[in-house]
Design a protein around this ligand. Structure first.
Ligand code: BEZ
Ligand code: MG
Length: 635
C-alpha cells in the first residue's frame, strides 16, 4: 500500500503545500522500487494515489518536481475508473501514466425495504379509495404513523407518494466492480434495464460487451509496452461508448468547450435552479469541478454563463477565445452574480474556461447598465468603494487554490477529527480557495474579496454528475460545497440554502442538500440491497459503509443539513444491532471502530441528540468493537 501523503493530524501544513516535500516513507517507497527492487514497471492499482498530486508544476514535469523525482523514467501503468477523465488526465500529465480503464460498480434501482414498503402498500390503498370512502380517516392515520416510523412526513399522502417513488426508483451502485470479472447475468440485466434510450440492438451490443473480460488483458498488454487504444472518460449511464474497458482515458478538446449543447443545457439547468429557490437570488456560490464539465462538454460552465447572462466567444477557427455579454433585453432578467470556486483540477485542466469565466464577470461589472438589472456590477462597485480597489479587482469572481495546490483540507480536518469550532472549516477553505483568477489567467490571493463576495451570496450549489458517487459516498463534495457553504454562513452571519443539481439522470433535478442527503441515506446507507452488496466484498465493503458515515458528519459540520434520524438509524442498523456489529467487526475491525466512534463524535458535536439509553449502548458497543479489534490484532 502506497504510504499516505503526510502525518495524520497535521494535514494543514503538510498536504499539498507548495513548499512541501513528501515524507521520508513516501520518497523511500519509490526510491526502493526503482533502485533496490529495480522494477521494470510500476502498476498503480486503483483510483487514486498521491504520487501525481505531489508538489511541482501542473504539467511538463522537470527534475525539481516531486512526481518526476519519485517515479523517474519507470513506466507507470495505472488501473483507473472509467468514469474519471479529470483526475486520470492529471495522472497522465504529472506521472506519465498510461491508464487502463476498469468498469465502475453495476447500478440498480434502490427499491423499497421494511417500513418503506409497508408505507407504499398503504399509500397504494389510499390512492385506490374515493376521498369520501369509509375508513379513509383510519387509513390516513395509519399512513401518518407508518411515515413517522421511517422518518418521513405523512401529512400530505400525495406528496409522500411522489417522494416514495423517487426513493424506489433512485439508482444506486450495486456492490463493487472486481477488475477483470464481468458482472453476473442478473446484475447485467438490471443495469441495462436502467439505461435510457435503449433499443434492442443497443441492448444486445451492451450485453455482449459487458460479458467480455478486457481489463486484465489490457493490463498485460500495457506491461508488454504495446499500444493501448484511447477512450473518452464517462459514465456508462450516459456514455455507453466507454465500453469495452481496458483502454487509455483521454479527456476533451479544450478549445470547443462549452459546446452549443452544453450552453443550452446549462441555461435550462440554471433556470431550474432559479425556479426552485423561493426568491430571485442576486448572488449565488457555484462549485465547479473538472469532471462534471468534462463529461458534459461544459454543462456547469454553461450554467455559470447563463446566470451571469453571458456566452462564450469563439475565434474564426472555432476556438474558445473569451466571453461576451448577452444584452439585457435578450436576457429578460437581471444578471446574477456568481461566485465560483474551482477545484484545483478544473483550474489545471480548463485554463481557457477559467479566463473566460473571469472575463464574463469583468464585462458584466463594467457594463453601463442599471444596477438593479446587473447585480455583478452593483456588487463590484460596492466592493471597490469598500476596499479602495479598482473595478478590475472588485470584479474577480473565479476563486481556486494557489497554482499547484489542490483541495480545501476540510475533508482532512473532518476525517482526522482535528477541527474544534466549525468556523475552523471556513478558515480552511478560505485559506486554500482565496486565490482569485483574472481574465488574464493570473492568480492573486485576495481573502478579503472572497469574504466580501460570500457575504452577498443567497444560495450555494454544485452539480452531481455520477450515480456511483453520491454526496455521501466521497468526501470531496462536503470538502468543496460544504466548505464554501460554511464560509458563506460565517460571512453572512446566517445560513444560506444549499442545493444539489442532480445531473445523473434524465433532464436533471434540483434538490435541497437536506433532501439529497435524506434520499441517499434511505436508498444507500440504510438500504439492505445497498449494504449487503457491499458486504459481499468484505473489508472494502465495510470501509465504504463507514465512509458514508464520516461524509455524512462532514455535511453536519459544514452545513447542518443532516436530520438527526440519519444518525439514529445508522446507529441502530450497524452498531446497536449485535449481529451486524459482529459481522462488520469480523470483516473490518478498524472501520467498524471508526464508525462507532464517528457516531459518538457526531453526538459530542451535537449533530444529533441520542437519548441516554442509546448513547450508553453506543458507548458500550464502541468499547466492545475496540476490544474485538485489539483481540484480532493480538491473534
Ligand atoms: C474534479 O474533477 O474537479 C474533482 C475530482 C475529484 C475531487 C474533486 C474535484
Ligand atoms: Mg481525488
Amino acid at each position: 500500500v502506497q504510504p499516505a501523503f503526510g502525518y495524520e493530524g497535521d494535514p494543514m501544513r503538510l498536504l499539498y503545500e507548495k513548499g512541501f516535500a513528501p515524507t521520508h516513507a513516501f520518497a523511500q517507497f519509490y526510491l526502493w522500487l526503482r533502485n533496490t527492487f529495480q522494477a521494470d514497471a510500476i502498476v498503480h492499482f486503483g483510483m487514486h494515489g498521491a504520487l501525481e498530486f505531489m508538489p511541482g508544476k501542473q504539467a511538463g514535469m522537470g527534475a525539481r518536481d516531486w512526481p518526476d523525482r519519485l517515479i523517474g523514467e519507470v513506466p507507470n501503468v495505472y488501473l483507473y475508473a472509467a468514469n474519471n477523465p479529470s483526475e486520470a488526465t492529471l495522472a497522465k500529465r504529472r506521472s506519465n501514466a498510461v491508464t487502463i480503464t476498469h468498469l465502475t460498480p453495476p447500478l440498480a434501482s434502490a427499491g423499497l425495504y421494511k417500513g418503506l414498503q409497508e408505507l407504499k402498500d398503504s399509500l397504494t390503498r389510499w390512492r385506490g379509495t374515493a376521498s369520501d370512502a369509509s375508513g379513509r380517516t383510519d387509513l390516513a392515520r395509519l399512513i401518518a404513523t407508518q411515515a413517522e416510523a421511517v422518518d418521513m412526513n405523512g401529512s400530505n399522502p400525495d406528496a409522500l407518494w411522489l417522494q416514495l417513488l423517487e426513493t424506489e426508483e433512485a439508482l444506486i451502485p450495486d456492490g463493487l466492480h472486481v477488475v477483470g470479472r464481468p458482472m453476473n447475468d442478473a446484475r447485467r440485466d438490471a443495469l441495462i434495464a436502467s439505461l435510457p434510450d435503449m433499443t434492442e440492438a443497443r441492448a444486445a451490443k451492451l450485453h455482449a460487451q459487458l460479458q467480455e473480460q478486457t481489463e486484465i488483458s489490457a493490463l498485460m498488454r500495457a506491461l508488454d509496452a504495446r499500444f493501448i487504444a484511447p477512450v473518452p472518460g464517462g459514465d456508462l449511464i450516459r456514455s455507453p461508448d466507454i465500453l469495452p474497458t481496458g483502454r487509455n482515458i483521454h479527456a476533451f478538446d479544450p478549445f470547443r468547450m462549452p459546446t452549443a449543447f452544453a450552453l443550452a443545457d446549462g441555461k435550462a439547468q440554471a433556470e431550474k435552479l432559479l425556479e426552485t429557490h423561493a426568491t430571485f437570488p442576486r448572488s449565488v456560490a457555484l462549485v465547479l469541478w473538472g469532471s462534471d464539465n468534462i463529461k458534459s462538454d461544459g454543462g456547469p460552465i454553461g450554467q455559470a454563463l447563463a446566470l451571469m447572462g453571458a456566452k462564450p466567444r469563439f475565434d474564426s477557427f472555432g476556438r474558445l477565445s473569451g466571453a461576451d455579454l448577452i444584452p439585457l433585453e435578450e436576457l429578460g432578467r437581471p444578471r446574477v452574480d456568481v461566485v465560483m470556486t474551482l477545484s484545483g483540477i478544473f483550474r489545471d485542466l480548463l485554463p481557457l474556461q477559467t479566463k473566460m469565466l473571469a472575463e464574463a464577470a469583468w464585462k458584466a461589472a463594467t457594463a453601463n447598465e442599471p444596477l438593479e438589472q446587473n447585480y455583478i456590477r452593483a456588487h463590484a462597485l460596492a466592493y471597490a468603494a469598500e476596499m479602495g480597489c479598482d473595478i478590475e479587482t472588485a470584479s474577480l469572481r473565479v476563486f481556486s487554490n494557489a497554482e499547484g495546490a489542490y483541495g480545501s483540507n476540510v475533508n482532512h480536518l473532518v476525517d482526522s477529527s482535528t477541527f474544534g469550532d466549525e468556523d475552523e472549516l471556513a478558515d480552511a477553505i478560505e485559506a486554500r480557495k482565496s486565490f482569485a483568477y483574472s481574465r488574464f489567467g493570473k492568480a492573486e490571493k485576495n481573502a478579503d474579496l472572497l469574504q466580501k463576495t460570500l457575504k452577498d451570496v443567497e444560495l450555494a450549489y454544485q452539480n452531481l454528475e455520477s450515480v456511483e458517487l453520491g454526496v455521501t459516498s466521497v468526501d470531496h463534495y462536503f470538502d468543496t460545497l460544504g466548505g464554501i457553504s460554511r464560509a458563506v454562513k460565517r460571512a453572512r452571519g446566517t445560513e444560506a440554502p444549499v442545493y444539489i443539481s442532480d445531473q445523473t439522470r434524465g433532464t436533471g433535478k434540483v434538490r435541497t442538500l437536506k433532501d439529497q442527503i435524506a434520499l441517499e441515506t434511505r436508498t444507500r446507507s440504510l438500504n439492505p440491497k445497498f449494504y449487503e452488496s457491499l458486504l459481499e466484498h468484505g473489508h472494502e465493503g465495510v470501509r465504504q459503509i463507514e465512509a458514508h458515515v464520516t461524509n455524512t458528519m462532514g455535511w453536519s459540520a459544514t452545513t447542518g443539513a443532516v436530520d438527526p434520524w440519519v444518525y439514529q438509524r445508522i446507529s441502530e442498523t450497524f452498531v446497536l444491532d449485535e449481529e451486524m456489529r459482529e459481522r462488520l467487526s469480523q470483516l473490518n475491525p478498524q472501520a467498524s471502530v471508526r464508525m462507532a466512534n464517528r457516531l459518538l463524535e457526531a453526538s459530542d458535536r451535537n449533530y444529533w441528540q441520542p437519548d441516554e439509553d442509546t448513547l450508553a449502548a453506543l458507548q458500550t458497543a464502541a468499547d466492545d468493537l475496540e476490544d474485538r479489534m485489539e483481540g484480532i490484532a493480538a491473534e
